[in-house]
Write a protein that binds this ligand. Structure first.
Ligand code: LIP
Length: 265
């Protein structure tokens, strides 16, 4: 039988809390350890140490689960539960001493994200969500503010680590900015998506994310009334994640559709 969602959520919160403490304690004086897909796609000692801690804690309690982490690849499981983990989402912010980074831990059962936690230690925010059970910040239930018209929307986005992709993303941006209140490039998908639930911004789009970027904060947002999906209202994926109150989602989706926001050219 599948484990109950609340117990998965509780484990996600416990592990994200401990991982956030570890990462926050290591932020001062942090340096780049290695680069990944490009010279700007960096990893620090703390990304690795924090992911190691998360994996160890999850597998100590639930040894038969699978774990997919940003830094360590996949680990097979037999239980039907897969954890999707970003130890430090917003690594560049983390490197520069910014508060906008988070630890994201999601539990997926049969391919559906059912529970999650996002810890943003430097903001003192712990988010949690259960599919069908709502989302909370520091224990308080979250309800996203109502939709605003697109021209009054504060829209967050992000850029990939490849120059070619950034050129395309800049072209899309040129067509988007005249139609919205303003744009934010916060540097952490986890902070951006949880920020939709709290009203820090109204909508979000980004191309080229991975499951670890959007799974945990996406559930927090959707349980607060935000639609999180892909182009045309499809499921969220690597090509393009769009998020906002449904009316705003549709308006942003319609604006992005002819712009090739989900392609490299
Ligand atoms: C980052 C995101 C950021 C996005 C980057 C990257 P990381 O995650 O949260 O918003 O624009 O492409 O994926 O690499 O810091 O975990």
């Amino acid at each position: 039988a599948a484990p109950d969602r609340e117990s998965l959520r509780d484990l996600a919160v416990r592990v994200a809390a401990e991982a956030g403490d570890l990462a926050a304690g290591g932020q001062a004086g942090i340096t780049v350890l290695d680069t990944k897909s490009s010279p700007t796609d960096v990893v620090t000692r703390m990304d690795r140490a924090t992911e190691d801690l998360i994996r160890a804690r999850l597998l100590a309690v639930r040894p038969d689960d699978a774990v997919l982490g940003e830094e360590g690849g996949g680990e097979e499981g037999t239980s039907g539960v897969r954890w999707i983990v970003d130890p430090i989402d917003g690594t560049v912010n983390y490197l520069y001493g910014s508060p906008d980074w988070g630890v994201a831990v999601a539990a997926e059962v049969d391919g559906v994200v059912v529970a999650s936690a996002v810890n943003v230690p430097a903001r003192g925010e712990m988010f949690e969500a259960v599919l069908g059970g709502g989302s909370r910040r520091n224990g308080e239930p979250l309800q996203a503010p109502p939709a605003v018209p697109l021209e009054l929307a504060l829209v967050a986005t992000g850029f990939g680590y490849f120059a070619e992709r950034r050129i395309q993303q800049a072209k899309v941006l040129l067509e988007v900015v005249p139609h919205i209140r303003d744009i934010r490039r916060g540097g952490s998908a986890a902070v951006d998506l949880t920020g939709l639930a709290t009203g820090r911004c109204n909508a979000y789009y980004e191309r080229g994310l991975h499951a670890w970027d959007w799974s945990a904060p996406g559930l927090v947002a959707s349980e607060a009334g935000i639609r999180v999906g892909g182009p045309g209202g499809g499921p969220p994926g690597n090509d393009l994640v769009i998020a906002g109150r449904p009316e705003l989602y549709d308006a942003l989706d319609a604006l992005l559709a002819p712009l090739g926001a989900d392609t490299d050219g």
